[in-house]
Structure formats: C-alpha cells, structure tokens
Design a protein around this ligand. Structure first.
Ligand SMILES: [Zn+2]
Length: 348
C-alpha cells in the first residue's frame, strides 16, 4: 500500500489540530492571464471531510500551476531551473553570471517568474552538453576559474540534468572525447562558436546552400584547413554515409544554431536551405576567411547535390571507409586538397 501524503494543520470547521490527508484535484488558475489547468493539492480534514486552506499548500499549488503553464509553453519551470543549477553545482550568482544574466535573474526564475524568450533559450541551451560547451566558449573570459571548472565537469559528466523541458537536442553530444584534441576532430577541441562562424560565413557566400550541400562544404573546409595547418577549423568529426561525408551530431548542431539565432532555415524545392542570420564576429582569422572564399567557389561549381556526392565518392576518404565509420583527417586531407585544386583548375 502506498503511503498517503499528510500535513499537520488546523481545521477551522472542527476547531482542532488534525492530520489532514492530501488529495489531488484538477483545478484552473490564471497564469500570465491565461487559464491554466493543473493538479492541485488539497488538504482534507479526517474528521469533517472538508477542504482546509493552508498557506503552505497554496504556495505549492501556485508553483504547480506555473509548472503546468511552462510545460504547455515549452518554458523552463522554476523547479527545473533550480534542478539545472544544482546539476552544475553553482550558486545563484555564479549560474547567472555563466548564463550572462543579471545577478538576481536566476533567483527570480527559481522563485516562480516565467523566463522571457531569449533567457528561456539560453536556459534550454545550458541543459545540454552542446549548449553548455557553446556558452562556456562565449562566457569563459567572464567566469572565475571555480565556475569554469564546474561547467567543464557538467559537460564531461554528459549533462546530468533530466528536467522535462530541456530535451531539444541530444544530451550525449558532444561526447567528452570531442572536447579534447584528437585525430577524429582534426586536433582541435570541438567549438560550437567556430562551427557557427564557419556555417554562417559559408551560407553568406554560397548560392542556395542546401543543408546536405552545407555538410559537404564543412567537410571540405575542415579537411582543406587540416591539409594546410595540421588542424581542422571547427573541431568537427565526419563519418561515412551513403551520400558522402556527414557531420557527427549534425541535426543537434543545426537545431541549436537555429535556436540561438545564428542561422535561418528556409524550405525550398529540394529541401531546406541555410541562410545566415547573425554571424559571430572575430572568431575566424583572415586566412581562415580566405579559405572559406575558396571553399565557397568550389561549392558553387557543383550545380546539384548529386554532382557534389559523386565528387566526394571519388575520394579515398569515402572509398576506404564503411557506413558510419569516422573519416581520419591525417590520412585523407592531402588527397582532399589535391581533388579540390584539380576541380578548380578544370573549372576555370
Ligand atoms: Zn474538520
């Protein structure tokens, strides 16, 4: 038998102290002017059977109504904000600072205020490893070493937060390995900031940049950059798929950058094209921007996605790997560079 939740309270009807049992009833409360249905807790007197008003329970019901409102609107609820902050192990002030909010902001959200849209997006980002890594790369200069270390632990722990609102990208990506330089990421730790800059710059340079075409453009960018500098530009890893190399974690990255307002997606004849919205500035060097000019002119030589696929199918990077297998930078970048140079020479 499950234990019944009770509360020690006073029944005005019976005029005595009682142990009231707590029951759930469907109720409606206005939240931000909107009637919101939620399960209210009601204390019921064991003697007279009447509902007892108790401020502790009413406060809880207010929180429940807010949570119901937040769940219905995809907004992070007060309890979730607190839970998220606890999984970082940060104080109210430190967490506010990490998110780039005013000092009291997180305290207000935990107390029940409903986050505005842009703050909600940031909170959602902070609930995933990808978002946490991206926020850290932007905010690190403003944080104490202690705070930065706590954020790194959150990322390395695979974002141990399981709130109901935060599930909009995979929490397990990037894996801790992707945040260390390795042969798979071209000896650069994954940087969402750099991915955002490269994606946005390519989208502003290329005509009708379909999502599938952009993945190949990213591959050419990173492998060409590796051939010339022994480092990738973004820290992304690429895997073999039927139609050519694909970015590891692609859907989550695109969703995150769309949510963050870096890029826009627009439905076209053969799928979605990527448009630049707000390019992060000062992230890439002049040499890197020149390399993106080259890649953009290469991509514009491929009129369709199938032409670009057959081009990548000629590469050892594709021929020597199987479906789902990662493509090594070291053994493949020189050939990718050669193929790009030949293609451009033939084209001119
Ligand atoms: Zn009573």
């Amino acid at each position: 038998m499950s234990a019944v939740k009770t509360i020690e309270t006073f029944c005005p009807e019976c005029d005595c102290e009682v142990t009231a049992s707590i029951e759930l009833r469907a109720e409606t409360l206005p939240v931000k002017g909107e009637p919101t249905s939620y399960d209210a807790e009601i204390a019921v007197c064991p003697c007279c059977g009447k509902a007892i008003g108790d401020s502790r329970i009413e406060e809880g019901n207010l929180r429940r109504a807010y949570s119901a409102y937040c769940a219905a609107h995809g907004v992070m609820a007060p309890d979730e904000v607190r839970e998220l902050r606890n999984s970082y192990g940060l104080s109210l002030r430190e967490f506010s600072k990490f998110l780039g909010f005013g000092e009291q902001t997180v305290a207000r959200y935990e107390a029940g205020a409903v986050p505005d849209d842009s703050h909600n997006t940031t909170l959602m980002l902070a609930s995933t490893t990808l978002g946490a890594a991206s926020l850290l790369s932007v905010r690190e200069g403003h944080l104490s070493e202690r705070t930065a270390a706590a954020v790194r632990r959150f990322i390395e722990g695979g974002a141990p937060f399981s709130g109901a609102a935060g599930a909009f990208v995979s929490r397990q990506w990037p894996t801790p390995e992707m945040l260390k330089p390795s042969s798979l990421n071209g000896f650069r730790p994954f940087s969402l900031n750099r991915v955002a800059a490269v994606m946005c710059e390519l989208a502003s340079r290329c005509k009708d940049l379909y999502k599938t075409k952009l993945q190949k453009a990213m591959f050419f960018t990173d492998f060409l950059c590796y051939a010339r500098t022994a480092r990738s530009m973004t820290g992304l890893a690429y895997a073999h798929a039927d139609y050519g190399p694909v970015v590891d974690g692609w859907d989550g990255i695109v969703a995150t950058l769309k949510e963050a307002g870096t890029i826009e997606l627009s439905e076209m004849d053969w799928g979605e094209i990527v448009l630049p919205k707000c390019c992060p500035e000062g992230v890439l060097s002049d040499d890197e921007l020149r390399l993106l000019d080259e890649v953009a002119s290469l991509v514009d030589t491929f009129r369709t996605s199938s032409v670009i696929s057959s081009f990548s199918h000629e590469l050892d990077a594709w021929k020597h790997t199987k479906n789902g297998q990662f493509i090594e930078y070291d053994s493949n970048s020189a050939q990718v560079e050669d193929a790009i140079i030949r293609r451009m020479a033939d084209w001119l």
